[in-house]
Design a protein around this ligand. Structure first.
Ligand SMILES: [Zn+2]
Length: 80
C-alpha cells in the first residue's frame, strides 16, 4: 500500500506533507503551512505532538476513523 503523506516536524508540531516531496523541496502541510523539507530531523522532534489539523485531514484522506479506533472486535466476520 502506498502512502500519500509523510510526517515532518515543523515549529513544534508534526505535520503531514505529500510523500512526493524530496529533501529541501518546498511544500505545504495538510493544514496549510508552507515549509521546506528538512534533510534529517533530529530525534527529539519526532516526539513533538501531532498537528491536529494535519491529523484530521490525513485521516479523512486515508479513510481512517478518528480516535477511539475500533480494536478489531466486530471488524472480522467469523463466517459461521
Ligand atoms: Zn499541520
Amino acid at each position: 500500500m502506498s502512502r500519500s503523506f509523510r510526517w515532518l516536524p515543523h515549529e513544534g508540531r508534526r505535520h503531514a506533507v505529500s510523500a512526493r516531496l524530496e529533501v529541501r523541496d518546498e511544500g505545504v502541510t495538510l493544514c496549510g503551512i508552507g515549509l521546506v523539507v528538512p534533510s534529517s530531523p533530529a530525534y527529539p522532534q519526532w516526539c513533538w505532538p501531532t498537528c491536529a489539523g494535519c491529523d484530521l485531514a490525513w485521516r479523512e484522506h486515508e479513510g481512517i476513523q478518528p480516535y477511539p479506533r475500533p480494536t478489531g472486535r466486530g471488524l472480522e466476520e467469523s463466517g459461521r
